[in-house]
Structures are given as C-alpha cells and as structure tokens.
Write a protein that binds this ligand. Structure first.
Ligand code: SF4
Length: 468
C-alpha cells in the first residue's frame, strides 16, 4: 500500500479511516470554522434558512468570527454586515468573536482604535487566527475566505469554502471533501538576505501557472523552508490558492511548536509527516542560491519576471500590507531598507493585525523590544515618509472608495499583496506588480521597480518577532 502525505493523514484521521488516497470522497470532522464580515452574513442566512431560525451551531468553541475586510469605511452596508455578525454572536453565545468596537451605529468613517493593544478588534483573519490560538498542527480548519490556506504553514489542513458549505459545517461540524493529490516543492539551502518567501511562491506560481495546482495540495519542503520564519512560511501557503491549490502545507518543526505552544488554549495536537513512500503527482526542486528577486507583472500572479528585468518600470504607489505581506517580519524587512531614507512615491503601510501594529510600535529594527531612545519599526517607516493606516484588509481588495491606499485611476502600484487581477486594488485601469516587502521598499525609494540587492547588504534579523 502506498504511503500517505501529511494532508492524506490528516484527512484519514478526521474521517475515521486508516488510509485514504487521492480521489477518495470522504466526510471529515472539522476542528475550526472561521468566517468574517464579507461572507459571515451570507453564511448565517443559509444556516438559519436550512437548520431553522432557532438552530444552534454544532460547537461554540469551534466557531471563530473575525471582521476584517470593510472596517475603515463610511459605507453603511459594511457597518450593517458587522452588526449581523454581532447579532449572531449574541444569539449563539459565541466566545471567539473579535469585534471592531469602534464601528458604532453612527454615520461616517469610524475612528480607528487609538491603541492596538486596547481593542477587541484583531485585523486580518488569516493573521489573527494563529495569533489567537485557533491554529494547530494536524487539525482541519475551514474558512469562508480563499486565503484560509495560509494556516497550512502550521502543518494543518486549511482551506477556503463557500457560504453554503460553511453553513452546513456550522450546523453539523462536518464537511465532504475529495482527497487532493500532493505536489511537492523542495527548496535546498538557506534563504539569502535579499529573498523572502514571496519570491519563492512567485517562482512556483510562475512555473506551474494560476491553474497549475487546481484541487491539489502544495507541499513546501526542504532545508530552504526550514530556514524561513514561520511568518514567511505563511506567505507561501497563503498564495497556494493563487495556483488553484486546495491547500498548502509545511512540515512542523521547533519553530511551529514554539509558536503554537505559546498561543493555543488546546494543548494536545498531532503532528503528521509524509511517509517515505508517499506518492506525489508532481515534484520539483530548487537551490535557493540560484533564485533572484521576482515580481508578478500585471495582471496575474503567474506573470513572473525578475525585479531586475523590470527596472525601467516607473511606479506611482507602493503598498505594504495584507495577510500575505503585512506581518511584523514583512514590516521589519521593509524598514531595514527604508531606515534613514525617504520614499519617492506614496507608500501605504497596513499592519496585517492589531498585534502586528502593536509590535511595530514595540519592537526595534532587529525584532527586539526597543530601548527608550531607539526607533520602533513604525517610527522608521514614518520617518521614511510612509503613511501607516489601521490594520485590516484595506486596499488589498479595493474596497469602498474611501478605503486607505485604494487605487482610483491608472496608477502603477508595487504591492506585497497576493492578487493583481484587473480591479483587485480598486481600479480596473491600474497596474499592480506583486513583490516581496524588500522589493516593494526598494522600489518605493527609487520610484521604479528595483532589485533589493541594491540595498540589502547583510542578513536581516527579525529575532522572535511574530512568534512570542
Ligand atoms: S488581506 Fe487581502 S487577501 Fe488577505 S483576507 Fe484580506 S482581502 Fe483577502
């Protein structure tokens, strides 16, 4: 009998079977279901319609609701969505809801939190889920958002589902899945200082295309992945969906365990590894020393080129944020280039979570608690001329016209986000280049797409930033 992969083992365990193989259709027990302000109202509506107006969710401890998408806007429909979540949370008595308490029943733009440590609001769901201890190895996480695959960095099966599937899980705790075949991407060597995981995932997607992993597991393996911080691994798995992947997954190691032990309320979980005779439908490997900084040109994440080849492209705006590129390590990467310099184009910075925002104020450039006379990561970015907004999805997906950093015309933008389809950041006429926070910061300084090797001269330390 063929061996099993991490994903197959997680699925087998959650379906009560000893063995599964790609193509099997199975019922699985779900550990966590997450929803947010965009899909939550629709999911709740279907749940009430199909299970009854007085129905209760299958397990209050396993439902997590994180408003994050359309928070800092005067749009009343967006505020209404938050209110629908609040009503449901109250009705069901759900303990894991992260309310933007500053969104009140008032007209106009809500005043953002004043102190990121003193708000119940958490920011982008995929960043907040692990921070708040809802992500563990060996579990199954479903979310009504395509980037739910981010949590695969923690050695779990995590995938996005539609509102109907989510409503079914809300009522039953189960879902029906087909076991995906696994593609293995192996990286040798240590990550060089001028690369981040963003370059690696743009490399992979450029190779296989935006449909290259459709309904497949993308397994990222090798010493190169071990050498990444956990946050950087989240960038890899986050973008598995950009190749059509059902999920992305990484091995569990000490970095994973340190993070999860520190955050999770639940103290027991199971770690799975690929069997030596596990079967892969595709395998490819790279040596990290041969890779150079990459971008995805408009209008697709697989439209790969080197930053060097794009040096003649002028940019009008830079954007550092989102669940892909708004983590504290991303901020430190960008700040390490921007320190003591001044941006040439408007540069918008959006922390991925309120914890990231807090860390930006608390930590210095090497990810350590800053001293009394030291600059914080946020100070460095502000000194360089960046505009720092409140945490949330913000312009990553355009949003209402009053969204911070949104594109409104024919701008060329270089961005740490994950999608560059026409209109994604707000304007059908704009052109978005996806890149690492290093490349975005370097480009913000020159006003044209710039290979970060022009600025990065030594390894960038991030300490325990984003872990503890
Ligand atoms: S930051 Fe962007 S990609 Fe991430 S959940 Fe929000 S809208 Fe989606």
């Amino acid at each position: 009998m063929a061996g099993m992969t991490i994903t197959e083992k997680i699925m087998a365990k959650h379906s009560g079977r000893k063995h599964v193989q790609p193509g099997d259709n199975i019922w699985v027990d779900v550990d966590i279901l997450m929803t947010h302000d965009v899909c939550g109202p629709g999911t709740i509506g279907i749940f009430h319609e199909k299970f009854g107006r007085n129905a209760k969710v299958w397990d209050k401890q396993r439902v997590v609701i994180i408003p994050d998408h359309y928070i800092f806007t005067a749009d009343q429909k967006c505020h209404r969505n938050v209110q629908i979540l609040r009503d449901f949370v109250r009705e069901q008595g759900l303990p894991f809801y992260y309310d933007p308490e500053f969104v009140k029943n008032e007209l106009g733009m809500p005043n953002p939190y004043l102190d990121p440590n003193k708000t119940t609001y958490k920011g982008v769901c995929h960043k907040a889920l692990p921070e708040e201890g809802h992500v563990r190895p060996g579990e199954i996480l479903l979310g009504t958002d395509s980037h739910t695959c981010t949590a695969g960095a923690f050695g779990q099966f995590a995938t996005g589902v539609g509102n109907t599937d989510a409503a079914f899980t809300l009522g039953t705790g189960k879902t029906w899945l087909k076991v995906p075949p696994t593609m293995k991407f192996k990286f040798h060597g240590e990550i060089p200082p001028y690369l981040t995981a963003k370059d690696l995932i743009l490399l992979v997607i450029g190779d296989i295309g935006v449909a290259g992993a459709t309904y497949k597991t993308m397994y990222f393996a090798g010493q190169g992945i071990s050498s990444l911080t956990l946050e950087d691994r989240m960038t890899l798995t986050n973008m598995a969906i950009e190749a059509g992947g059902k999920n992305g997954v990484c091995d569990v190691d000490e970095k994973t365990l340190q993070y999860v032990r520190h955050r999770s309320r639940i103290k027991n979980w199971e770690i799975f590894t690929d069997d030596a005779n596990a079967q892969y439908c595709y395998e490819k490997q790279w040596d990290l020393s041969t890779i150079e900084p990459l971008v995805a040109k408009p209008h697709s994440p697989d439209n790969r080129d080197t930053a060097r080849n794009c040096r003649d492209v002028k940019v009008d705006q830079a954007y550092i944020g989102s669940c892909t590129g708004g983590k504290i390590t991303d901020m430190i990467f960008a700040a390490s280039i921007l320190k003591g310099r001044e941006v040439k184009v408007p540069t918008y910075v959006v922390p991925g979570s309120t914890e990231v925002h807090s860390d930006m104020k608390r930590l210095n450039l090497v990810g350590v608690e800053k001293g009394p006379n030291e600059k914080s990561v946020e100070d460095i970015l502000l000194d360089a001329g960046c505009k720092v907004g409140p945490s949330g999805c913000s312009a990553c997906l355009g949003g209402p016209p009053d969204t911070f950093g949104r594109l409104g015309g024919t701008e060329v933008c270089i961005s740490t986000t994950n999608r560059n389809f026409p209109g994604r950041m707000g304007s059908m006429q704009a052109a978005v280049y996806l890149a690492s926070p290093l490349t975005v910061a370097a480009s913000a300084l020159t006003g044209r797409i710039t290979d970060p090797r022009e600025f990065v001269v030594k390894p960038i330390q991030t300490g325990m930033a984003g872990v503890l």
